[in-house]
Design a binder for this molecule. Structure first.
Ligand SMILES: [Zn+2]
Ligand SMILES: [Zn+2]
Length: 291
């Protein structure tokens, strides 16, 4: 089996049309593909779906779903929602009226209402400028704020999957901003893991950092994955694909990371609200459909 619930297209900041993304997934033998455009927000950004395009986005995904269902690939329509105080929340009532199949919830923003917004995954140069302005030399403020938001998001709920659990490390692959092995960092991450377990959250292994050469680790990294395994937190997979080339090629990285952390299975969303378990062995059986 192959699946991912984290796919972007030209409706937000992806590089390809939904049809091209679906075709790539089909060729790689995917059984389930979820589209997760960055949900509309009440301000202009370069990466969010805009409200006026939401109906067209959903209609396009539904049409692809009808096309691929008879061919053995289920397509689900979702959104990637933000926990961004003062801007939006994953449980924003405006999203629940859209009839989505699922949502994945993310912490990208490090800022709160009243602060000039900036995100953890900005290009390094932009990120550096923002951090200097916002945190000065107190670089640990980055990870403190991130885990504080992650905990608040989990406690609040209103989503199906937690996206890229430790994406705060994206601009920190070389450890230039903060130490991801420090007791304070790990305690903050553990608090989020404990909450995720308590709230029965499903967490994606996200291979987007690897696919785009931003980080050598998946999100969440090995240490956090082991802590999640101890708490029996169910995992799924998110390619975080922004181009067809991000689909299918990194599923092994997700499986290997899970295996190394002691996991023996993943979970996939069969249909809205219905999760099913699949063993790692079953997932390794390859069935590429196109040459
Ligand atoms: Zn994201
Ligand atoms: Zn994404």
């Amino acid at each position: 089996m192959r699946f991912s619930y984290h796919t972007h297209t030209t409706f937000c900041d992806g590089k390809a049309e939904p049809a091209a993304m679906a075709h790539a997934a089909y060729c790689h033998g995917y059984t389930h593909l979820g589209f997760s455009a960055h949900a509309p927000v009440p301000m202009r950004t370069r990466w969010n779906l805009v409200w006026e395009q939401t109906a067209a986005y959903l209609a396009t995904i539904r049409q692809l779903a009808a096309e691929y269902e008879p061919k053995g690939m289920r397509i689900l329509a979702g959104l990637e929602t933000d926990y961004a105080p003062g801007i939006t929340m994953p449980d924003n009532p405006a999203y629940t009226t859209l009839g989505l199949d699922y949502t994945i919830a993310s912490v990208h923003y490090l800022t709160t209402a009243g602060e000039e917004p900036f995100t953890v995954d900005e290009p390094q140069e932009q990120f550096t400028k923002n951090v200097r302005r916002w945190a000065g030399t107190d670089h640990d403020r980055i990870s403190r704020r991130y885990w504080e938001f992650m905990c608040a998001m989990i406690a609040r709920g209103g989503f199906d999957i937690i996206a890229h659990f430790d994406i705060v490390k994206k601009n920190n692959a070389d450890g230039r901003w903060f130490d991801t092995s420090s007791p304070a960092y790990l305690a903050a991450a553990q608090e989020a893991i404990d909450l995720a377990a308590q709230h029965g959250c499903v967490v994606e292994i996200n291979t987007g950092g690897i696919a785009r050469g931003k980080h050598h680790e998946v999100y969440p990294g090995p240490q956090l994955l082991r802590a999640m395994q101890e708490k029996d937190i169910p995992l799924t997979i998110g390619d975080d694909a922004h181009a067809p080339s991000h689909i299918g090629l990194h599923q092994h990285a997700a499986r290997e990371a899970a295996r190394a952390a002691g996991y023996r299975s993943f979970w996939y969303l069969e249909k809205p609200g219905v999760w099913k378990e699949v063993s790692l062995e079953e997932m390794e059986r390859r069935h590429r459909r196109c040459e």
